[in-house]
Ligand binder design. Structure first.
Ligand code: HEC
Length: 333
């Protein structure tokens, strides 16, 4: 159908060769930019966007209202979509003609999500106009052969659009980061050697996580005899024989086993820990061990709770235990 000869042409900003009206678009504030052009060129104007053809921008009730009445338009199902419909995809929103009940159903499901938003219809074609061309159909005739029509009746839609794009960007970055991390770790690039230092922030984070976890988990009530000298002495003996001294040393400082100097993080100074942690927290750490460090779980290793509490009694006392006392308590009779 040819446009009727008495139709006015749609106003448009002059534009430039190749880039069309690209410089008339405001990338930072797209809707405000379009509204500013509407103030200049009127409630309906045209923009040429390179690679995307012509855009007709309608902004008054007079133009937007008929555009929102989709009964005035027919869908264009191109060759590719026609083929898709013949295959397993079947007929649906994109692949069926306007008259197809499947299309109507799919369209009605989607409509509520779009009716307050930006409304974009691709491939608009005017319907044949049975009773002469007027109103909506006249307008539709203007649009023949255009790529799409957009209206900006509702500002909420811009915000929605922007945040969707932002979310999509975050999603894409997350996928790229995950792929990068997988290549780095599974490709053997990460150095698991103790000799390779962690970035300081990783060491700091691991130590903070350890501290927070021990404090949160160490809640068991200690037995009443924790301060008894006999319990402390028994604890010293267990401490010296079960393995602690190899890593943490004993009251004669630096009597740890040489190999424990190869551990990272270095085994904690228990005289400091005795003051920093409660008996319950020490008990929990000794019983459960500490992940990502050389600290073993003595619970898993079979030590009874009672022995562990005795060790805790000794550790708590250790800042005031002399070398001689330790030697006397730990030398077998
Ligand atoms: C194989 C070496 C090794 C042995 C054996 C070992 N530890 Fe540890 N221990 C460590 C390392 C490594 C850490 C982690 C250092 C840190 O927390 O900064 C640690 C941490 C600790 C902590 C501090 C937990 C906290 O609150 O952060 C305590 C308490 C402790 N060990 C007590 C003991 C006692 C008691 C024994 C013996 C029953 C023992 N350890 C045996 C290596 C060892």
């Amino acid at each position: 159908m040819d446009p009727a000869p008495n139709l006015e042409s749609i106003p448009h900003p002059p534009g430039h060769m190749l880039v069309g009206n690209l410089f008339d678009l405001d990338a930072a504030h797209p809707m405000e930019g379009l509204a500013a052009l509407a103030r200049k060129y009127g409630p309906i104007y045209k923009l040429e966007v390179p690679g995307r053809g012509s855009r007709i921008i309608a902004s008054s009730f007079e133009f937007v209202d008929p555009l929102c009445d989709e009964s005035g338009f027919d869908k264009k199902v191109g060759a590719g979509l026609t083929q898709l419909a013949a295959g397993p995809a079947g007929r649906g929103l994109f692949t069926s003609e306007t008259q197809d009940p499947n299309w109507r159903e799919a369209h009605n499901v989607l409509l509520p999500a779009f009716q307050h938003g930006r409304y974009a219809y691709s491939g608009l074609d005017p319907q044949p106009c049975p009773g002469g061309c007027s109103g909506r159909v006249r307008f539709a005739a203007h649009l023949r052969g255009r790529a799409s029509v957009e209206s900006f009746t509702d500002r909420r839609s811009t915000a929605g659009d922007g945040s969707m794009r932002f979310l999509a960007l975050i999603g894409a970055l997350a996928i790229i980061a995950a792929i990068g991390a997988a290549i780095y770790f599974f490709g053997g690039f990460y150095n698991v050697g103790e000799t390779a230092d962690n970035p300081a922030i990783v060491d700091w984070a691991l130590a903070s996580v350890r501290g927070a976890s021990v404090v949160a988990h160490g809640t068991e009530t200690p037995p009443a005899n924790l301060d008894d000298t006999e319990t402390v002495k028994a604890g010293a003996r267990i401490y010296a024989t079960i393995g602690c001294v190899n890593c943490h040393g004993g009251p004669p400082d630096a009597n740890w086993a040489k190999w424990s100097e190869g551990l990272k993080p270095v085994p904690a100074d228990l005289k400091v820990m005795a003051k920093e942690r409660t008996a319950s927290q020490l008990f929990w750490a000794i019983k459960n061990g500490i992940k990502f460090t050389g600290m073993p779980s003595f619970g898993l290793a079979g030590a009874p709770d009672q022995d562990i509490w005795s060790v805790v009694a000794f550790v708590k006392k250790s800042p005031s235990v002399s070398d001689d006392e330790y030697k006397a308590w730990t030398t077998p009779p």
